[in-house]
Design a binder for this molecule. Structure first.
Ligand SMILES: *[C@@H]1O[C@H](CO)[C@@H](O)[C@H](O)[C@H]1NC(C)=O
Ligand SMILES: *[C@@H]1O[C@H](CO)[C@@H](O)[C@H](O)[C@H]1NC(C)=O
Ligand SMILES: *[C@@H]1O[C@H](CO)[C@@H](O)[C@H](O)[C@H]1NC(C)=O
Ligand SMILES: *[C@@H]1O[C@H](CO)[C@@H](O)[C@H](O)[C@H]1NC(C)=O
Ligand SMILES: *[C@@H]1O[C@H](CO)[C@@H](O)[C@H](O)[C@H]1NC(C)=O
Ligand SMILES: *[C@@H]1O[C@H](CO)[C@@H](O)[C@H](O)[C@H]1NC(C)=O
Length: 288
């Protein structure tokens, strides 16, 4: 069952003193947790097969070192106790950061949603979701949320025209990415007012080109609601997300080269079954 719910906007940037507090107290040990959702689609009980399948699935997700392109999908268990999970790292994150983020996500999600059959968690660097229903290859727009910067742009119309065109081009590039990565980054500067914007867009790579485009376009259409006049913003959904900021926030070096081709499917231990790798190592799409 697809949920359609919007979480109220949360602020991307904190007032200065809060930011300092945040840096000192929270960021030292913890990666940036953006949001989580414990779905109301049903609960499992302690000691159930579902729970042990979920544990096994998380263990195998966190310990997998064969996949190095930042997308994991896996299932564990049989019939009604089968658990399906998807995890996606931001396209510019290296395998170590990615694995660490997924490991943390699974630990934190287990604490935050201790008995839900379906749950979601989003960090800056990665997202993780699991469900008892089949979630692979499906575009899911909900639940979604957004974030925005409290800093405002000047010359709003010019800014948003350019932002829309940048995100549109990046969407086209990301959507044609292969089954390992659908991600694009780019930047633009407005002609009159010289305001620069840096942006990333990404889909889970199990989506078709068409579904990826649909997801990102729907997200971009929310800009008037989420981020109008703002120097930074994000819309985050289970299947896709975008983010833009006035300063570079992504690792350009990491985005230009896709990690080497993953090992053939046959050498991966079943279960769980991981996604089949695709042939060649292409550079990640980068807006010229
Ligand atoms: C994961 O959590 C541990 C402790 O909770 C922390 O030390 C580590 O830095 C976290 N990982 C990332 C990627 O921040
Ligand atoms: C998932 O679990 C819920 C709640 O127990 C149940 O209603 C639903 O039919 C299950 N879905 C599948 C695909 O098993
Ligand atoms: C599942 O557990 C949550 C949290 O305890 C509870 O609020 C909810 O009503 C439960 N849902 C069902 C279908 O039992
Ligand atoms: C940005 O604009 C919003 C809405 O007009 C306003 O509430 C906010 O205070 C402005 N932010 C700054 C940093 O000026
Ligand atoms: C901004 O885009 C230009 C190409 O349009 C590129 O050469 C440059 O590296 C980009 N900078 C960043 C930080 O992405
Ligand atoms: C993972 O996703 C791929 C498509 O990217 C799909 O072919 C594969 O069956 C999925 N894995 C599982 C365990 O369903």
């Amino acid at each position: 069952m697809a949920m359609a719910m919007a979480i109220p906007p949360s602020k991307l940037l904190f007032p200065f003193f809060l930011l300092i507090f945040h840096l000192l107290v929270l960021s030292i040990a913890q990666p940036n947790l953006l949001s989580h959702i414990c779905s109301e689609n049903g609960n499992f009980t302690t000691g159930s097969d579902y729970k042990s399948n979920l544990n096994n699935l998380f263990t195998s997700l966190s310990s997998d070192t064969k996949i190095d392109y930042g997308f994991y999908n896996a299932s564990y268990g049989q019939n009604t106790d089968k658990v399906n999970a998807i995890s996606l790292c931001r396209g510019d994150k290296n395998p170590e950061t990615c694995r660490s983020c997924i490991k943390n996500s699974s630990q934190v999600l287990t604490q935050l949603c201790p008995k839900q059959k379906e749950a979601f968690i989003w960090y800056d660097d990665c997202m993780l979701r699991y469900s008892n229903r089949s979630i692979f290859g499906r575009m899911e727009f909900g639940p979604y949320f957004w974030m925005y910067s409290t800093d405002n742009v000047t010359e709003e119309n010019e800014f948003h025209e350019m932002l829309n065109s940048l995100l549109g081009s990046l969407t086209d590039l990301a959507a044609v990415g292969d089954s390992r990565r659908k991600f694009a980054v780019g930047n633009e500067t407005t002609k009159n007012n010289h305001q620069t914007m840096y942006a990333i867009v990404q889909c889970t790579p199990d989506l078709s080109t068409e579904d990826c485009g649909t997801c990102l376009n729907k997200a971009i259409e929310l800009i008037p609601k989420c981020c109008k006049g703002r120097q930074g913003g994000r819309v985050i959904t289970p299947s896709c997300h975008f983010r833009y900021e006035k300063d570079p926030f992504y690792d350009l070096a990491a985005t230009t080269v896709l990690p080497p081709s993953p090992a053939p499917l046959s050498v991966l231990p079943p279960p769980p079954v991981f996604s089949p790798p695709k042939a060649t190592a292409d550079p990640a799409p980068l807006l010229k």
